[in-house]
Design a protein around this ligand. Structure first.
Ligand code: SAM
Length: 227
């Protein structure tokens, strides 16, 4: 418990640097606090530049958090670029297992191992394959493939978070153009939905009636499987 308080003390020193991700990282850690130890986090796309909080520094945050949740809590991360995994190794503790490989292949193998040794994953954090905001399909498809490769590991309380997934919708400028505000268009224009890296994960989530837990710059779901 006191180590958990130490984590939050440290978190407050960097929280503002997280910008638009601050609110959702707070929600992620609050959610993980509600789960029993060991906390197992599996991440795709690792920290690739020291102190670059514009990317999120997710692996560092998860490293510090799992260290605060006891011995058996651990982070697994994968990145296809050896330059990224080299930097990540320099910045994180030995509590983070870092692999250089394509994430979909890695997750498929990891699923087999975790099923065999009954490792329960608390959270998947999907943040590989950089997004082209004008053409998000390749990135969104890659993240859907990642979800597909871990579907056997998803329990009702497993949190799935996709970075770079803000809501997207059809907007129109309001009458008062001096303060350039925008309004979300009403029907028959479709309502806002999740965009970016997570837009196909969200479509799948809607089909299987998974629950959207939050939608900020990052989006999160649970209940993909009902057991
Ligand atoms: C946005 S960065 C990750 C940032 C990190 N999560 C953070 O918060 O600092 C995306 C990373 O995904 C990696 N990547 C791209 N395609 C990949 C793939 N097919 N498999 C695994 N990693 C991939 C890139 O090499 C890059 O390091």
């Amino acid at each position: 418990m006191s180590e958990n308080l130490d984590f939050y003390k440290w978190f407050e020193t960097i929280a503002q640097k997280l910008g638009d991700r601050e609110i959702s990282f707070r929600k992620i850690f609050k959610y993980l606090d509600s789960l029993p130890a060991p906390i197992i986090i599996v991440e795709t796309g690792c920290l690739r530049a020291k102190d670059n909080f514009l990317d999120g520094q997710s692996t560092l945050l998860f490293d510090k958090y799992t260290l605060s949740r006891g011995e058996k809590s651990k982070v697994y991360t994968v990145d296809i670029d050896p330059k990224s995994t080299k930097v990540c190794k320099e910045v994180t503790s030995s509590n983070v297992e870092i692999t250089t490989e394509d994430s979909v292949r890695y997750l498929n193998n990891l699923s087999n191992i975790f099923l065999k040794n009954k490792t329960k994953v608390s959270m998947f954090y999907l943040d590989s394959f950089d997004i082209d905001w004008r053409y998000p399909y390749p990135s969104a498809a890659h993240h859907l493939k990642e979800l597909t490769s871990v579907t056997r590991l998803l329990h009702t309380d497993t949190l799935v978070v996709v970075d770079d997934s803000p809501a997207t919708g059809n907007l129109a400028q309001t009458e008062n153009e001096t303060n350039s505000t925008w309004k979300v268009l009403a029907l028959p224009s479709p309502p806002p939905t999740i965009g970016g890296k997570g837009f196909l994960v969200h479509e799948y989530a809607s089909h299987v009636k998974a629950k959207l837990i939050f939608s900020h710059y990052q989006s999160a779901w649970k209940d993909f499987n009902k057991v």
